[in-house]
Design a protein around this ligand. Structure first.
Ligand SMILES: O=C(O)/C=C/C(=O)CC(=O)C(=O)O
Ligand SMILES: [Mg+2]
Length: 218
């Protein structure tokens, strides 16, 4: 069987991301739980791997970190039910949904798309492929993030509003999912600013961890 999805950074065609998917984050913002998953996309050119730096995009004065669990799709599919969704999970990844927050605020104020604030080069630092057997309890796994050694995000994926199968099912009703596509499942409470010279470390229980430096664009 072909396992091209394991090399999702090369073979995937899309990164689809869910936002406002953690109860703690939504409560902290004083907003209602969304009625259905809220989606946006990042280009696959946004991926970087450990050893590469997060580059603050041109003109950005406020860059935010968001640690997230990502799901790698193993088989082409569309319009699948939540109960069938696990058949299409190839594995997982640990990811950062880096956000140019000042651009994001402006985009929301002016009702503009989120592509620039969410999709710039280096906006998706990602771990390698995590076998699904290693993460059988993906619905209750700890996600954490530190900036310069100080914990900023620390939450279980059990705080998600929409579960991984519900998200895959919902997304697949509108987009054909292909081998190696990734779905980012949203960030828990505690997202905040990072500056050039700082280091972000994050992890998924004791299964995956990664570290990235934040640098000025040059
Ligand atoms: O302000 C908002 O509505 C959402 C902001 C985000 O960046 C949301 C996410 O990407 C997330 O919740 O993961
Ligand atoms: Mg996010």
């Amino acid at each position: 069987m072909s396992e091209n999805y394991r090399n999702f950074k090369e073979n995937g065609k899309k990164i689809i991301a869910v936002c406002r998917n953690y109860k703690g984050l939504v409560a902290a913002q004083g907003i209602q739980n969304p009625e259905k998953p809220i989606l946006f996309m990042k280009p696959t050119s946004a991926y970087i791997s450990e050893g590469q730096d997060i580059k603050i995009p041109l003109g950005c004065k406020l860059l935010y970190h968001e640690v997230e669990l990502g799901v790698v799709i193993s088989k082409r599919c569309s319009n699948i039910s939540p109960s069938d969704a696990s058949d299409y999970i190839g594995g997982f990844l640990l990811a950062l949904d880096m956000t140019a927050k000042d651009f994001h605020i402006e985009a929301k104020e002016k009702s503009r798309p989120w592509f620039l604030c969410k999709g710039f080069d280096t906006s998706c630092p990602a771990s390698g492929f995590i076998d699904k057997e290693k993460l059988s309890n993906y619905s209750d796994t700890r996600l954490w993030l530190k900036v310069d050694g100080v914990t900023k995000q620390n939450c279980s994926t059990s705080d998600m509003i929409f579960s991984v199968p519900e998200i895959i099912s919902y997304v697949s009703k509108y987009f054909t999912l292909e081998v190696g596509d990734v779905i980012l499942t949203g960030t828990p409470a505690g997202s905040g600013p990072v500056h050039a010279g700082q280091t972000i470390e994050c992890g998924l229980a004791d299964i995956a961890a990664m570290k990235f430096a934040v640098v000025e664009l040059n």
